[in-house]
Design a protein around this ligand. Structure first.
Ligand SMILES: NC(=O)c1ccc[n+]([C@@H]2O[C@H](COP(=O)([O-])OP(=O)(O)OC[C@H]3O[C@@H](n4cnc5c(N)ncnc54)[C@H](O)[C@@H]3O)[C@@H](O)[C@H]2O)c1
Length: 362
């Protein structure tokens, strides 16, 4: 049995979130490991996705905050994980503009608490299991800042975060490298572009536009909709993360992306067209007419693009989903899971990320 399939235990933080739940589904099917899902269950957590994974005999859910050192110690003592995939985070740029302190606490302080507990765990495990322990920090391309019309982010790109979210993730990337260099914690890092797919909380662009367009609500696009994002299906990201965890070189970082740049307005138009096709409504105009341009996000990065050559050539990873097939499948998924997103009480599609007075009137 190779390292990818050997039994053991993998701790996934943030496993009730969008990407974490996809990672857990992948690990449960691709490995024989016990998967410990540690999540605080914030507004962004997805209890339905957790409940589905809970049906699996190798899934263990622990409700805890990553800033809670004692809770983390208990988990490490009880399960003695062979690897940690760290996804727990506050993840929405607009919310980071409104409440930056939450991002500092979870994304920076939480990561340090976790690194410290891992350091203790490794020190107390000398000579015993786990011989090939690894900490995988899952991060974003937003740490590299904003690109002009040319070029792509490589692993060597300088860090230049511009939003509180991006800055908090940049800080945690640096801290993870520091714990590797200073204390010898075995780590690997990855920085990925924008994800889309099932179970994404409907505050992010693609699900927000799907649920609004379905109900013929206005489709607010920030600025002129010309910002460019590089898109990757969440299941392709989950497969990449598993490869990086098991095959990536220690201390290295890997960029993940599928060469799929799209202007925001193009993405929203594609969603409108897919819904017009699958849910036409007699007497209604095409959904593209619902698009309205609203005040831009403060400090909105204009373009992200990932160069994933290293991940492709060193690890053999390839995305399996094209943007058109992945987006069509995602639209179908949201239509089929309306019960889930219609029952989310914590968010009703309001504008976030302006100052409070403006948000109330926008
Ligand atoms: N979504 C993207 O496009 C994208 C792209 C690249 C990287 N990332 C990174 O991937 C990771 C996961 O992103 P996501 O989109 O799944 O986020 P998400 O917001 O959907 O999920 C985050 C999860 O973390 C949990 N969490 C938050 N604070 C916690 C705390 N203090 N203790 C324990 N659990 C806590 C939440 O309950 C939630 O289940 C993040 O680190 C993010 O920076 C996301």
């Amino acid at each position: 049995m190779n390292a990818e399939t050997r039994p053991g235990a993998i701790l996934v933080t943030g496993g009730a979130g969008f990407i974490g739940s996809a990672v857990i589904r992948h690990l449960l099917s691709a490995t024989e490991a016990i998967i410990i899902n540690l999540d605080k269950l914030t507004y962004a957590a997805n209890r339905t996705a957790v409940a589905e994974n809970e049906k699996h005999p190798r899934h263990r859910f622990v409700k805890a905050c990553i800033t809670d050192r004692e809770a983390l110690r208990t988990i490490f003592d009880q399960y003695r994980p062979d690897a940690v995939m760290h996804l727990a985070a506050e993840s929405h740029v607009d919310r980071s503009i409104d409440r930056p302190a939450d991002f500092i606490t979870t994304n920076i302080v939480g990561t340090v608490v976790l690194l410290e507990v891992i350091r203790e765990y490794l020190a107390s495990s000398r000579g015993r299991k786990p011989p090939c322990f690894r900490f995988h920090h899952i991060s974003t391309d937003e740490v590299f800042g904003s690109l002009g019309p040319e070029g792509r982010f490589s692993e060597m790109s300088p860090y230049a975060p511009r939003s509180p979210y991006a800055a908090s993730k940049a800080a945690s990337d640096h801290l993870v490298r520091a714990w590797h260099e200073t204390y010898g914690v075995p780590v690997v890092l990855s920085n990925c572009c924008n994800n889309y797919g099932p179970w994404q909380f409907p505050e992010k662009l693609i699900p927000l536009m799907i649920v609004k367009a379905l109900d013929y609500e206005k489709l607010p696009i920030y600025g002129g909709g010309e910002q460019i994002r590089d898109w990757l299906h969440v299941d392709d990201h989950a497969r990449a993360l598993h490869m990086i965890l098991t095959r990536g070189r220690q201390g290295e970082s890997y960029n993940v992306g599928a060469d799929c740049e799209r202007r925001n307005v193009e993405v929203v138009e594609a969603i409108c067209d897919l819904l017009d096709e699958s849910r036409p409504a007699a007497g209604k105009p095409p959904r593209r007419e619902l698009i309205t341009y609203v005040r831009d996000r403060p400090g909105h990065d204009s373009r992200y693009a990932i160069d994933a050559t290293k991940t492709r050539s060193e690890l053999g990873w390839r995305p399996q989903e094209s943007f058109s097939s992945g987006l069509a499948a995602t639209v179908r998924w949201y239509l089929d899971h309306a019960k889930w997103w219609r029952n989310i009480d914590s968010y009703r599609g309001a504008r976030l990320g302006l100052d409070i007075a403006e948000a109330a009137t926008s």
